[in-house]
Design a protein around this ligand. Structure first.
Ligand code: FES
Ligand code: FES
Length: 162
């Protein structure tokens, strides 16, 4: 038995310590928002956060998680994430949707580390997340839109009306 913290709650799992986190999430815990794509860290569909860092759950054994916090798409939340999700919907990013939970996890981590990313920053941060539907231009637009809304909110906060 291994205890891991998932979406701010300690969870006891029965899987062997060398079992990939993705298998535990989807198989044992029935948390199917995190997707299986390639299984070899090449597509990003399985991206979760481990202590805020985008991490490929398909190649991360649960023994390697230790006391660090796992966040999945089911637990991705907060004001900045709400802005990001709204931008995603407004830009109408999603096509088939299969890659999108991984894309959102990567984008949320990027904006946390870099609130005003350039195109090059976005391309670098998102390069490991493959979208077979080719939604890349809309992903980039949604990240820029979320960043702009956050910037405007920050300026408004510093300089209140009047
Ligand atoms: S399923 Fe993990 S990177 Fe593709
Ligand atoms: S939206 Fe279809 S694979 Fe990305």
């Amino acid at each position: 038995m291994t205890t891991i913290t998932i979406n701010r709650k300690p969870v006891e799992v029965q899987s062997e310590p060398d079992t990939p986190l993705l298998w535990v999430l989807r198989g044992e815990l029935q948390m199917t928002g995190t997707k299986f794509g390639c299984g070899i860290a090449q597509c990003g569909a399985c991206t979760v956060h481990v202590d805020g860092e985008p991490t490929r759950a398909c190649v991360t054994p649960i023994s390697a998680v230790g006391n660090r916090e796992v966040t999945t798409i089911e637990g991705l939340s907060g004001p900045q994430v709400a802005v990001l999700k709204a931008a995603w919907a407004e830009v109408d990013v999603v096509q088939c949707g299969y890659c999108q939970s991984g894309q959102l996890m990567a984008a949320a981590a990027l904006l946390k580390q870099n609130p005003k990313p350039t195109d090059a920053d976005i391309d670098a941060a998102m390069a490991g997340n493959i979208c077979r539907c080719g939604t890349y231009p809309r992903i980039r637009a949604a990240i820029h839109q979320a960043a702009a809304i956050e910037q405007a909110a920050a300026i408004h906060h510093i300089l209140p009306p009047g």
